[in-house]
Design a protein around this ligand. Sequence first.
Ligand code: DGJ
Length: 563
Amino acid sequence: MRVQREVDLNKSEMVMQESGQRSVRKYRWMAGSIVALLLSAFSIGIAQTAGPRRAPLPTIVKQGSHYALMVDGAPYLMLGMQANNSSAWPGYLDKVWPAAEDLHANTVELPIYWEQFEPEPSRYDYSVLDTILTQARAHHFRLVLLWFGTWKNGASHYNPEWMKLDQKKYPFVLGIDGKTVDSPSVYSTARLEADKNAFRALMLHLKSADAQHTVLMVQVENETGVWGSARDYRPEADKDFAGQVPGKLVTAMGKKAGTWREVFGEDADELFQGWAIASYVEQVAAAGKAVNPLPMYVNAWLRDPFHPTKPPVGYESGGPTDNAIPLWKAAAPSIDVIAPDIYIPEYAKYIRVLDLYQRPDNPLLIPETNSGDEFARYVFASVGRGAIGWSPFGLDWAENQIDVSESMNRHPHKPFAMQYALLSPISRLLARANFEGRVHGSSEDPNHHYEKLNFDQWQAVVAYGKPGWGELGQSKGNPKLDGGVVLVQLGENEFLVAGHHANIDFASKESGKKRLFLKVEEGIYDADGKWQMIRLWNGDQTDTGLNLSAEGKSLLRVKLTTF
Ligand code: DGJ
């Protein structure tokens, strides 16, 4: 992990940047296409005359136990949108940008397809990448690029045609029964070298074509692992499997030296496969990083966080699942983040995954999450646990998938848009506060309708479906699972509260003291980053705690005292 001192923008500047971008977005759908056209037409001329300002390299930095993704010299919270797999083609990008605009996202995650990028051996085609860069800038989005290289969802379907046609040189995994498995074998120096070279070419091109760092991070491969076999059983693999576990891995996993079976018992096949894949991915990432050291991450198809099965059942073998995080850290030091793709709807499991991947040695990043309505509220718990980014999958308007739930392909994506509309104006503020450990968040749990969030002197009590003024009874939860809130400590007795469909109250931690609301302001941050109060809340709006409505502005600055 590279550590760089924070270059501070003051709070106003950061909020201003975001507000400025948002007001620009109001008009950009109309203007975007014209600008894109002009930019393409004149890009060569522009490049030859006044090149774009070289912005600071995005980095991931650590301060104490907190992380920040530094963008333009200040912490950045990625409120992302990942496009559908086949949407990153120039003819489909017009279904991506307006969807991301509707969503109030600040970052779009788009694949770069190896099959398109290297149509013939060692001939690289940068045209699609260049179009993506030009259009993202015209539409005022930052990008995360997903390198669909050797692996895509455990298979090698994005390997170029010329590779698919030479399966001797670019082999598949062999199953225990001697049959071919639809997954790339790491025992192909030719494929590894080709992937390294292509990824290096991609990163090198970005270095010259993206001085302004529109691209913030790069995902290396996509959901690596093997479906349908615990490991590769080709003879070379069997030979390695009979050997000693590398010392680095033994240490990382806190084990004693021995063969794979001796050290890892029934987990040996899975971890052997994991070590092989992670070591391969490291070589690809390192080749790219050597020429352009942008932050890089890998994403994981998850195993059940409470009751995991054993591969080949239930999940891919050898991917960066929670049990293999130390393995991946040891094998792939060029990877800055090991990131979970969270498609699990259950509250307890979702939260458990966040807790498993937020570690002192790993920043929390959710590069993919399901786009069903009930997932929108998880942005609050994720940001509250220090996430540097969060991104629902498949929300562009290219409705071209068949075998997915209806919710993956529908628009407008109201719950997500509502949460992002609330959070995007304060995204820089949230990122900075997270870097300083001043943020907590809560997402509605269908089984427990209260959550207590602990700050130094205060405990915030979040309730979902709390009875109204004069009504009796306990909180029962919201009719739809859509409650959530994020709280930022602004001062000893002052908080910023942003959320929907939740009731917030505070309890003093000082013994014998009770909470008194000193001042509760509803407001917004204006284009200059200054807080503008719209009204004061008091009376019915504060006597039973602060009720954040489902769709209202729901941004409050709360000052507390005691009596
Ligand atoms: C996870 C993968 O990483 C994505 O590319 C996509 O295939 C989604 N699953 C679809 O659910």
